[in-house]
Design a protein around this ligand. Structure first.
Ligand code: THU
Length: 135
């Protein structure tokens, strides 16, 4: 899924649409994520579970995979995350680390009926990242 957008509302719409395609027969917990790059491209992902539970993949990391595969700008401005089961739906720890890899600046979630943007530093403070390997 790929289109050009810039704002939080459009990205959240894409995240909701992606959540509708989740494959989550084991947890029953659907998640959709839509990230926007510095260049304004949008990539979405949903969670995809597996009968071998540990192989399940989160929506956010599937969106990152779509971005990398597309071969364009890989700087993530923000990611919007939606689950019909819970709000706010914030990324798990593993996804936070993967988003950090591509410089994600903010995470947008639904909170008390509206959108809220958390700065990345708020949700993954003092993180280890690619710059630490270059010092
Ligand atoms: N899940 C995500 O897709 N993203 C998150 O950040 C939290 C968890 C998925 C993984 C699993 O398929 C289901 O939600 C329940 O953990």
């Amino acid at each position: 899924m790929y289109e050009t957008v810039a704002d939080h509302e459009s990205a959240m719409r894409a995240a909701r649409e992606a959540a509708g395609r989740a494959y989550a027969p084991y947890s029953g917990f659907n998640v959709g994520a839509a990230l926007v790059t510095g260049g304004g491209a949008l990539y979405a992902g949903c969670n995809v579970e597996n009968a071998s539970y540990g192989l399940s993949m989160c929506a956010e990391r599937n969106a990152v995979g779509a971005m990398v595969l597309a071969g364009g700008d890989r700087r993530i401005e923000f990611v919007a995350v939606h689950s019909p089961q819970v709000a706010p739906c914030l990324p798990c720890g593993a996804c936070r680390q993967v988003l950090k890899e591509f410089g994600c600046r903010a995470v947008v979630v639904e909170e008390r009926g509206r959108l809220r943007a958390y700065s990345f530093e708020e949700i993954l403070p003092n993180a280890f990242g690619p710059e630490d390997l270059r010092s």
